[in-house]
Write a protein that binds this ligand. Structure first.
Ligand code: GLV
Ligand code: MN
Ligand code: MN
Length: 349
């Protein structure tokens, strides 16, 4: 894959790439480290607030910490999130905010939002929709985080819908004991019970078409090399493309949902605006569903006409990893398409 060689006229693109680097450098470590609720997320929001002011936008922070930059014609919103997973990639969430600032500045209409704490459960966007002052329309630009666009040779894709998910915690209890003296036949090892459950998570999800489930966090107590574990707490993230399969998955995994996002089909109207912009540039029309959760899904479920534009992920679509990659030329065309769609939906085309 050849990458764009930047020229002197590419000021806007250079600025966006520099901003993505600045966000990536916050928090240190091997990748993006701006977990929701940390000082690193606050720092990212402060940086973005400065960029919004430079773009001439009216900047405000709501009572949940969501950051909004508005023009005087702010019916149509765009944006994404600035938090990341631990050791995440450069583009997840950050691209939608950085591209949104450029597009709103260029279009001279709309508003751009950075929602708080998306990765751990869409906290900012959920609080935002519960507060009730909803935009007329919402557009989110986000990297695909999968291989479909790369395989199709398409720079951009139109999202048809967003997967449903439930997340919960399971606790396994046993009896503590000495690792050297308790015979194997007399043990109540909480980690062995948890391990059996982890294998069941894999089997249950594999048996439901289109479902996936992941155990990503495990806390073992007391956590000593020579003590039989007496308590294990683990996280489950379970996803399925429709409500029926999601309920079956949650039921079979005996999950009490602590966070749930219903599967949602995105409506045709905002997608048509993106489609018209792709057609105008003779770009291929690839439509695909999202297996990742997004703030866009929260807004769509709240009844806001919502569209999502995916930007091709390279490196086989890897995401939630420092290997996440999208190209400068794909980012450049995404901002053009977003600017056009914002203008259309604001009624200024
Ligand atoms: C967000 O990236 C999610 O799908 O977990
Ligand atoms: Mn994201
Ligand atoms: Mn993510």
């Amino acid at each position: 894959m050849s990458h764009k060689v930047l020229c002197a006229g590419d000021d806007v693109l250079v600025r966006m790439l520099e901003r993505l680097e600045e966000l990536y450098a916050i928090g240190g470590g091997a990748g993006a480290n701006r977990v929701g609720g940390t000082e690193a997320e606050d720092e990212a929001h402060q940086l973005a607030a400065g960029w919004m002011r430079e773009a001439g936008l009216d900047v405000a922070v709501d009572s949940h910490g969501n950051l909004v930059g508005r023009t005087g014609d702010d019916g149509v919103w765009t944006g994404s999130h600035l938090d990341s997973v631990p050791n995440g990639g450069k583009y997840d969430g950050a691209l939608g905010v950085v591209a949104g600032i450029e597009a709103v500045e260029r279009a001279g209409v709309g508003a751009v939002v950075a929602f708080r704490d998306e990765e751990r459960g869409c906290t900012g966007s959920t609080a935002f929709v519960e507060a009730g002052a909803l935009p007329r329309c919402f557009l989110e630009v986000h990297i695909e985080q999968g291989p479909v666009l790369e395989q199709a040779g398409a720079q951009l894709g139109l999202v048809t819908g967003v997967v449903g998910m439930v997340r919960g915690t399971r606790i396994f209890e046993g009896a503590p004991g000495h690792a050297g003296t308790v015979p194997m036949s007399r043990r109540q090892d909480a980690l062995v019970a948890a391990a059996e459950y982890v294998l069941r998570v894999r089997e249950v999800a594999a048996a439901i078409d289109g479902a996936v489930a992941t155990v990503g966090q495990l806390e073992v107590e007391p956590g000593a090399v020579n003590v039989i574990p007496d308590r294990v707490t683990l996280s489950v993230d379970a996803r399925a493309p429709d409500a029926h399969r999601l309920r079956r998955l949650a039921h079979e995994l005996e999950l009490e949902p602590e966070f749930a996002l219903e599967p949602v089909t995105l409506p045709e109207a905002p997608r048509a605006a993106f489609r018209a912009e792709l057609e105008a540039r003779k770009l291929p029309l690839v439509e695909l569903a999202s297996g990742a959760g997004h703030d866009a899904a929260v807004l769509a479920l709240a009844g806001v006409p919502t569209g999502m534009l995916f930007v091709r992920s390279l490196n086989g679509g890897v995401s939630h990893s420092p290997s996440e990659l999208s190209s400068a030329e794909d980012i450049e065309v995404a901002v053009d398409v977003l600017t056009g769609a914002l203008t259309r939906l604001a009624g200024h085309d």
